[in-house]
Design a protein around this ligand. Sequence first.
Ligand SMILES: C[S@@+](CC[C@H](N)C(=O)[O-])C[C@H]1O[C@@H](n2cnc3c(N)ncnc32)[C@H](O)[C@@H]1O
Length: 329
Amino acid sequence: MTDKNATEPSFLKETFTPAQSAVYIAHPDFLEALCAELQDVSAVVGNIVISPHKKRDICFAADVWLEPHLVHFESISEAVKILRRAGKYWFLNPIENVRRSRLIEAELKKLPDLNHRFPLKDEIPAIGCFSLLDKNTLIYSAKRWKKPPLGDYLFQEDKKNPPNRAYLKLWEALALLNHYPKPGDTAMDLGASPGGWSYVLQSLGAKVTAVDKAPLEQKIAALPLVSFLKQSAFALDPHTLENPIDWLLCDVACYPNRTLDLVQKWIASGKAKNMIITIKLQGDTDFEILEKFQAIPNARVIHLIQNKHEATFFYPAAPHLSPDFAGEI
Ligand SMILES: C[S@@+](CC[C@H](N)C(=O)[O-])C[C@H]1O[C@@H](n2cnc3c(N)ncnc32)[C@H](O)[C@@H]1O
């Protein structure tokens, strides 16, 4: 896979051809998983993984640089000129020659505030990303897959209302989907306790049925739009529902093959219009089981920044949930 030489920019210059290379950004804790998933990796520099494999159904990438350029530059002002010509806003991904990188950054247009409130009210403007690979080598891409740099929404946290930090995972999933439950929507939250996700759903005006064998935190159970069903998520038969629900969410802690059965059962029933489901991984990342989720037509599996050893299943998959290497989105 990756060898020691692969971290040398000179090696990179020889192997990197923008049209044939894809640039993936790894979350620091999931660099190994990303390389294992890509299989074919030509270089790793910091969190940047370069591969000839343009993988649209990539799970473990925090972001993908869609139009990467690798250029030689002599002076700070030359690098600034190159970036200014290529785009308006630039985010520095600092991996090498960080002081020099910061000098370039200081000359570029000030970025808009990157700390977002949930739900996002305004579109995040197009922001390119750049890194120095050595003193004179700049890698950059004006076009990227995810809206926020490094794929991280950096939400202003709500430390008061939700009972735990799981709400951040759902905030990220919904922001990425760019589609939110709206007032009057119906939702089922499987494995809901203590109630972080149910809190988010009701905060958007959805009527939530929270399902868990364990109770919700009291303040969540008392919310007017939340009702609680004390039972196993697996015992629910979607066919018994009179009408389809708008949102099926599941964060049940269980083996991934049980989650796969549950997902297949709900899709076959046609009783859930949108699904956001956590796939809890066990031990070594099981790519075989992930591939089974990925093989479901019109679905997408993404390791979110807020996911730990887990991934998130989206159904149906909106086109922007996948990196568009052809630049058509
Ligand atoms: C990670 S926690 C969910 C956190 C929740 N999403 C939140 O935002 O607070 C996993 C939950 O799955 C529940 N669980 C495990 N097996 C279950 C089952 N068979 N049916 C329903 N819930 C189950 C556990 O009781 C636990 O509350």
